[in-house]
Design a protein around this ligand. Structure first.
Ligand SMILES: [Zn+2]
Length: 262
């Protein structure tokens, strides 16, 4: 049986590839090689050792080198600037990988990136830290282009800062993202929050961040037959009738959203 990944069906709009090429010329040049090495690397982790465990990340497949070259392209195209953290760089790579996939590129490459960025997160963070130290002089004080209209329309956020907690997991109030408790680890280091690793289901979702801050996660407050949750847009506390799934319209800012309560 083939597993379906929640991001698998997403496709770019027809004009977006040209927009990508124009807005991010250096990155466009390096993405095919990045995807090629990840495709090979994914085959290598699919091979199991004699105990049936994956062989893990191998160093000799060209992946680390292509990652480093893509990182330099990110500086040249203004997505990364001096002083950016490994966490930020990983999130930009996540968004680029997802976007490149939606142009019709290989799912296997994405699965390797997800394995690397979520399941082997500390390894990914160490690698990015090292490469950022070696490369951030390239930025030369240039300003980030992440908020420029062309780039922002290509890499628009796939998750929000408004999450809710249920008895079985986490959900995003503004995006159709649901995570099982077994696929995240609650942690207080380096900051309070949830590390997303997908190690239980391996059902990777490249739309999800690798880390969700604790202060962005709300537990619905339940009083008898009512539930109180805060608006993902203006923070206003909103009351509704208690059902397993609720739809709320904020009386202040009119934002509507759906979420689970238990
Ligand atoms: Zn509101």
């Amino acid at each position: 049986m083939t597993l379906n990944y929640p991001f698998e069906h997403i496709r770019a709009k027809p004009h977006e590839l040209d927009l990508f090429k124009k807005a991010l010329p250096n990155i466009t040049k390096e993405m095919p090689e990045f995807f090629r090495t990840m495709d090979i690397a994914n085959k290598s982790i699919e091979q199991k050792n004699m105990f049936g465990n994956p062989l893990g990340i191998r160093q000799d497949l060209g992946f680390e080198n292509s990652l480093k070259i893509l990182l330099i392209a990110c500086f040249n195209d203004g997505l990364l600037t001096e002083g950016d953290t490994a966490e930020k760089a990983i999130d930009i790579f996540r968004a680029l990988t997802l976007k490149w996939y939606t142009f019709g590129n290989k799912l296997d490459s994405c699965l390797y990136f997800a394995y690397f960025a979520y399941s082997r997160h500390s390894y990914a963070a160490t690698l990015f830290n090292d490469y950022l130290k070696q490369s951030d002089f390239l930025a030369g004080g240039a300003k980030s282009r992440l908020d420029n209209a062309d780039v922002a329309s290509l890499l628009n956020p796939t998750y929000s800062k408004a999450w809710y907690k249920t008895s079985t997991g986490l959900g995003d109030k503004l995006h159709p993202l649901v995570l099982s408790d077994d696929d995240v680890t609650k942690t207080s280091f380096p900051r309070p929050g949830y590390q997303v690793h997908f190690r239980s289901t391996n059902r990777f979702d490249l739309r999800v961040p690798t880390f969700i801050e604790m202060d962005q996660v709300e537990k619905p407050m339940i009083q008898d037959t009512k539930v109180i949750v805060s608006c993902p847009n203006c923070r206003q506390k909103c009351r509704g009738n208690l059902f397993k799934q609720i739809e709320i319209a904020c009386p202040s800012c009119k934002t509507t959203w759906k979420q689970f309560t238990s």
